[in-house]
Design a protein around this ligand. Structure first.
Ligand code: ARG
Length: 482
């Protein structure tokens, strides 16, 4: 039985009927639909539509509907005649408590229900993502600590630029993660208002205390405008966009590791448990994990664009187009879950070749900037210092040597300011330590930054570290034919 058959004389075209249904994907919102329905029942009790006894009966029946599907054991997906998850719950409820089940639909519309369910779902996925981000950040911090004073070249234009601590490079990703986390938390704050009571478009036709359901579901309060609440999918867009930004960071990390694991760089060994071989070339160890991370981020970007295109130009308020915003949410959630499941253990298993990274810092004039700084300390204006060191580099290039291979006499042809202390000033340690500013790569600054980042990641972990996927059904409920 349809939820809306009264007005119709002709049956639906069978293909259209199957094609427009959302139950094949929105069954994933079953826990949210049940929670929102129980909250609505409370509001109905307060307004006198349900007696306290009826309300208890409905709540128990709703729990009963979820029970077989809430187990962590995936169930075989099979079809159901339900049009969507709202219809499914209604059918099941009537099966359990008869006409009392139909009373639950008093004072509400599927337009507000889907808006509510989807907000609850995105809110939970944000928590799950934040937990995963915290874990990944912790893995990066662990590697940063273990790296100690190990150095690597920093690149600009993919040309060797200056030496930095490996820890400094790793902490750059922690910053990106913390920004991603703040974007997601921000999105959560904005989405956390409850559409229940908005009706189909103009507000419920029943005197409902909207704060009851809002409070019960952990929302900050009810939404302010029924037309906005039933047609708004900003939270989907923001979630998808925040995920896309996160995906970009993951992709850049993946790209760097792919590059650094090549024989040409040789900066790290990819963990075998996260690499694959070639069926043709016996010697190969391929970076499939990082390549797929790079590719999955394209999926996230595409999904954000899809959601934007979906809502662009939709007149207020609800339009069936909005049903199509659900699958992008699931796509983002699935994609992120997989990526964030892999990134922490993968990051922990990375092994860096410190000697090779250090050697890469000792050729190619990575100390030229420190050398110019030396002259600045001797009173030479930076522009002139730059010129003098540039001349010395040119001279070395012709001689195929490095700045520290020059004798003091050779150096003096580029300026009278050079003295014996020049060599200490351009050692690897000095080259790193001369970046002694907040946010710089000097060893003491990186130690401070590490401590500071640990604090911020600690907060993230204490807020979300325990977030685990609950027993949400992973496949369409078996025997769903209600
Ligand atoms: N399955 C629908 C969706 O996801 C639920 C809302 C249906 N509302 C309607 N007026 N047809 O959007």
């Amino acid at each position: 039985m349809k939820m809306w058959s009264g007005r119709f004389r002709e049956p639906l075209d069978p293909f259209f009927e199957a094609w427009q249904r959302s139950f094949p994907f929105d069954w994933r919102l079953l826990p949210q639909e049940i929670a929102a329905s129980k909250a609505h029942a409370l509001a109905l009790e307060a307004s006198g539509v349900l007696s306290p006894h009826e309300r208890l009966q409905v709540a128990a029946a709703l729990d009963g509907i979820l029970r077989p599907y809430g187990s962590a054991q995936p169930l075989e997906p099979i079809g159901s005649e339900a049009e969507d998850v709202h219809h499914f719950v209604e059918l099941k409820l009537v099966e359990a408590v008869g006409d009392l089940g139909l009373k639950l639909h008093t004072g509400r519309s599927r337009n507000e229900q889907i808006a509510t369910d989807l907000r609850l779902y995105v809110r939970r996925q944000i928590d799950v993502t934040l937990g995963g981000l915290g874990d990944w950040a912790r893995a990066l911090l662990g590697q940063a600590k273990a790296a100690g004073h190990a150095v690597m070249p920093a690149y600009t234009h993919l040309q060797r630029a200056e030496p930095v601590l490996v820890a400094h490079w790793l902490l750059a990703y922690v910053e990106m993660i913390l920004r991603d986390a703040s974007r997601l938390e921000d999105c959560k704050k904005r989405l956390n208002f409850c559409p229940l009571g908005s009706g189909a478009v103009a507000g419920a036709t029943l005197k409902l205390d909207r704060t009851i359901a809002a409070h019960e579901l952990g929302f900050t309060g009810p939404t302010a405008n029924s037309m906005d609440a039933t047609s708004d999918r900003d939270f989907v867009l923001e979630f998808a966009q925040a995920a896309a930004a996160l995906g970009l960071h993951i992709s850049r990390f993946a790209e760097e590791l792919t590059l650094y694991s090549t024989a040409e760089f040789g900066f790290l060994d990819l963990p075998e448990q996260f690499s694959t071989g070639s069926s043709a070339m016996p010697q190969k160890k391929n970076p499939d994990l990082t390549e797929l991370l790079r590719a999955k981020s394209a999926r996230l970007l595409g999904t954000a664009a899809t959601v934007g295109a979906l809502v662009k130009g939709l007149p207020l308020a609800y339009n069936k187009d909005l049903q199509e915003t659900q699958e992008p949410v699931f796509e983002v959630a699935n994609t992120l879950e997989g990526m964030l499941q892999l990134l922490p253990p993968f990051t922990r298993a990375l092994s860096f070749r410190s000697a090779r990274m250090q050697a890469a810092c000792q050729s190619g004039f990575l100390n030229a900037m420190a050398a110019a700084t030396y002259l600045v300390h001797k009173g030479v204006p930076f522009r002139k210092a730059h010129e003098k060191i540039g001349n010395a580099v040119r001279y070395c290039l012709d001689k195929s040597c490095e700045l520290n291979d020059l004798t003091l006499d050779e150096l003096k042809q580029f300026g009278p300011e050079f003295a014996q202390d020049f060599f200490a000033a351009i050692s690897l340690e000095a080259t790193v330590d001369c970046h002694d500013v907040q946010g710089g790569t000097a060893r003491s600054r990186v130690a401070d930054a590490l401590r500071e980042a640990e604090g911020r990641v600690g907060v993230l972990m204490s807020d979300y570290g325990a977030t685990r996927l609950d027993d949400t059904p992973q496949t369409e409920p078996a025997h769903a034919g209600a």
